[in-house]
Design a protein. Structure first.
Length: 257
């Protein structure tokens, strides 16, 4: 059934503009109405590897799709090339949809693309999406905040562009400063992160949950602790994309599906 969006008085998607749109964590039902509207208006869609094909199928048939997925350890488009492509398409008078998994401004490099568009005087709009860290905990039935366990939460990425840990992350301060840590792209460096957090004072037995492919078919949830998280993830065959959460709040995970 086609959804009539006309009564919502949504903003014009003008020719020569770029919309940086969050596609959410994967499940098409978690798209915003504004994201759906953009899919119905766009002439060109530049999309990431983690965008579910069912979401792309919501686009108008005439839209041209441009794959711009980046996957760790595999040949991938370079960020400057993607940003330049957005500028080129917009200068051709196209309505350009940059469709990114999760939220474009949460570990999505949308900020770099926005800067490139700004420098080129290309009009753009940012459409938020549900970020993976929120979706993963919701998938496991874990609240991000709870007055009995934590009034703060920290989101951090475990993966720098070269594959190692980001150099600008102060793990000791994070360990001491936030009761709940939500770690994006956690798998490759999970053992190193756990050792740093324990060295900074987090208990080895502190609860950890690892969620793979949140909201998508084949989603997996592994409950473990900080000391054994990396080994248990490997033993369970957990694959990327995955988010890990560390903290007492993890104990509030729902008992059933």
């Amino acid at each position: 059934m086609e959804i009539d969006l006309s009564p919502l008085d949504l903003p014009e998607f003008a020719a020569g503009a770029v919309w940086l749109v969050g596609a959410g964590p994967g499940a098409p039902g978690l798209l915003s109405l504004l994201a759906l509207y953009a899919l119905k208006q766009a002439d060109d869609i530049v999309y990431d590897a983690l965008v579910d094909p069912r979401i792309l199928d919501l686009a108008r048939p005439e839209a041209i799709r441009h794959y711009a997925g980046k996957r760790g350890g595999k040949p991938s488009p370079q960020q400057p090339d993607i940003s330049n492509r957005l500028v080129e398409l917009a200068r051709q008078g196209r309505r350009v949809l940059r469709l990114k998994g999760g939220d474009p401004f949460v570990f999505g490099r949308g900020g770099e693309e926005a800067q490139a568009l700004e420098a080129a005087n290309i009009p753009y709009r940012v459409v938020p999406g549900i970020t993976a860290g929120v979706a993963a905990l919701a998938e496991a039935g874990i609240p991000l905040t709870h007055r009995d366990t934590n009034s703060s939460v920290a989101f951090v990425t475990a993966y720098a562009s070269g594959g190692g840990l980001p150099e600008d992350v102060d793990w000791e301060s994070l360990a001491k400063g936030s009761r709940l840590l939500v770690i994006y792209m956690a798998l490759q460096n999970l053992d190193r992160i756990a050792r740093r957090l324990i060295a900074a004072g987090r208990p080895p037995g502190e609860p950890v949950v690892i969620v793979s492919r949140a909201t998508l078919p084949g989603s997996r949830v592994v409950e473990t602790d900080l000391e054994n998280a990396a080994a248990d993830a490997k033993r369970a065959g957990i694959e990327a994309p995955a988010v890990a959460a560390v903290g007492r709040t993890v104990r509030l995970k729902r008992a059933g599906p």
